[in-house]
Design a binder for this molecule. Structure first.
Ligand code: NI
Length: 375
C-alpha cells in the first residue's frame, strides 16, 4: 500500500510541472490518476479498519462500565474466600456473555443504595391460627381451659398473683354465667379472657347457626361478666374446620388458638407430677401450654411447674402478647433482611381422635338455667 501511495505522490510532482500539466499527455494522466485513486481507495479504507484491530493487544479490551445509579450484582456479593496460589479455574471475565437462563430467585443478591429505605412489610395479620409463636426471647403463654371453676380457679389465681404471672383463660360460656365473679377477678388481675364455646361441643359437628350461637353467646357473657371482650377462641378438642375458623374470624375477629405443649392433664388417672414433667420436657420459647383449671391435680402441679419455668428463664405472657411479639419480630426481620423472609406457614390443626377424648371434659355447671335456652 505504501508503494502505491509513493507512486501517486511522484506523479503528482510531475503534474506540478506547468509544461507537462498543460499538455494533452498531462490531462490524460490526471484522468488516469483519478481512475487509479478510485480503484485504490476502497483497499486503503479496508486496510485502515483492519490495522488497529490487528495491532491492538488482547489484554487492553475496555471493561464495561455501569451507568451511575445502576444496581451492581457484584457489589452485593459477599467478599469471596482467598483463592489458592495456583487456581485451577480462572476467574470469570466480565467480557463473558450473560447466560440466557436467569438465576434462581433465592440466589439473587440485591444491593440497596445508601439512601434507599428497605421495604417495610406489614405484620402477618392474615395468620389466624396459632399453635405456638416465633419469638426471639424465652417468652411463653400458659393457658387454662374449661373454667372458671369455683373450687380450683381462685386458688390458681392466688398462685399466679404470687409469681406475677399473667395467663390466658379459655372459658366455657355456661360456667361464665354461673360464676361471673370469678371471671371478673380473672380480668381484674390482668389475665386474658378468651372464648371456649358455650357448652364444649365438637364444633366440627355443628352447622353454621349453632357454631355462631356457641361463640356469640359466650362472647356476650364474658363481656357482661367482666367488661372485656375476648380476642381469641380455642375450639374444644382442638377440632375446627378450615371454613369454620375463617367464618369465626370474619364474624368475631377471633384467632384460633391451639397449643404445642399438652401435658394430658385431663387423662385419668390424673397425676400432678406427670403434668409438671410433661410441661417442663416440652416447653420452649414461644410455646403455648394447654392445661385445665377444672382439675385439682392440674392446679396442684402449678407451683412447682411455674417455679421451674421461671428458674429456666422463661417469661410469661398472655396469648395476645405472645402473638404481638411474633408480629413485631417478623416485621423487624423483614425490614432489615437483604432477602425476603418466608412467612411461617399456617400450622396444621391437630384433630384429636374421638376415641381418645375424655367422656366429660367440662365441669358440670350446677345451676345452669340458661343452658336449656341455647342448646
Ligand atoms: Ni376444653
Amino acid at each position: 500500500m505504501a508503494i502505491v501511495l509513493w507512486t501517486l505522490w511522484f506523479f503528482d510532482i510531475l503534474a506540478g510541472n506547468a509544461a507537462f500539466s498543460c499538455s494533452t499527455v498531462g490531462v490524460n494522466f490526471r484522468l488516469f490518476r483519478l481512475s487509479l485513486l478510485a480503484a485504490v481507495m476502497p483497499l486503503v479504507a479496508v486496510a485502515d479498519i483492519q490495522l488497529p484491530a490487528a495491532a491492538a493487544p488482547a489484554t487492553t479490551a475496555a471493561k464495561p462500565t455501569l451507568p451511575p445509579g445502576a444496581i451492581s450484582t457484584v457489589s452485593a456479593t459477599p467478599a469471596p474466600a482467598p483463592m489458592p496460589a495456583t487456581p485451577e479455574v480462572p476467574a470469570p471475565s466480565l467480557a463473558v456473555a450473560v447466560p440466557a437462563t436467569p438465576e434462581p430467585p433465592l440466589e439473587i443478591r440485591r444491593a440497596i443504595a445508601v439512601d434507599e429505605k428497605a421495604p417495610l412489610v406489614s405484620p402477618p395479620v392474615s395468620k389466624i391460627v396459632f399453635t405456638r409463636c416465633e419469638v426471639p426471647a424465652p417468652v411463653i403463654a400458659i393457658t387454662f381451659d374449661d373454667g372458671p371453676n369455683p373450687d380450683h380457679t381462685p386458688r390458681l389465681l392466688d398462685m399466679l398473683k404470687a409469681r406475677n404471672i399473667k395467663a390466658t383463660f379459655f372459658m366455657v360460656g355456661r360456667c361464665v354465667v354461673t360464676w361471673p365473679h370469678i371471671v371478673k377477678r380473672i380480668a381484674d388481675e390482668g389475665h386474658e379472657v378468651a372464648n371456649h364455646s358455650w357448652s364444649h361441643p365438637l364444633l366440627t359437628s355443628l352447622g353454621n347457626t349453632s357454631l355462631d350461637s356457641q361463640l356469640q353467646k359466650t362472647h356476650d357473657a364474658i363481656i357482661k361478666a367482666c367488661g372485656k371482650a375476648p380476642m381469641h377462641y380455642r375450639p374444644p378438642y382442638g377440632a375446627i374446620g378450615m371454613s369454620q375458623r375463617k367464618r369465626i374470624h370474619e364474624k368475631l375477629g377471633y384467632s384460633t388458638i391451639l397449643w404445642d405443649v399438652d401435658p394430658l392433664d385431663w387423662k385419668t388417672p390424673r397425676n400432678s407430677k406427670k403434668v409438671e414433667e410433661r410441661i417442663l420436657a416440652n416447653t420452649k420459647s414461644g410455646s403455648i401450654i394447654l392445661t385445665h383449671d377444672i382439675h385439682g391435680t392440674t392446679v396442684d402441679a402449678m407451683p412447682a411447674t411455674l417455679d421451674a419455668l421461671i428458674a429456666r428463664g422463661y417469661q410469661f405472657a398472655t396469648v395476645s402478647q405472645l402473638i404481638e411479639l411474633e408480629r413485631e419480630t417478623v416485621s423487624t426481620v423483614v425490614a432489615t433482611a437483604p432477602a425476603p423472609v418466608p412467612l411461617t406457614p399456617e400450622p396444621t390443626i391437630p384433630v384429636v381422635p374421638m376415641s381418645t377424648l375424655p367422656p366429660e371434659t367440662v365441669a358440670p355447671a350446677k345451676p345452669v338455667k340458661a343452658e336449656s335456652a341455647g342448646e
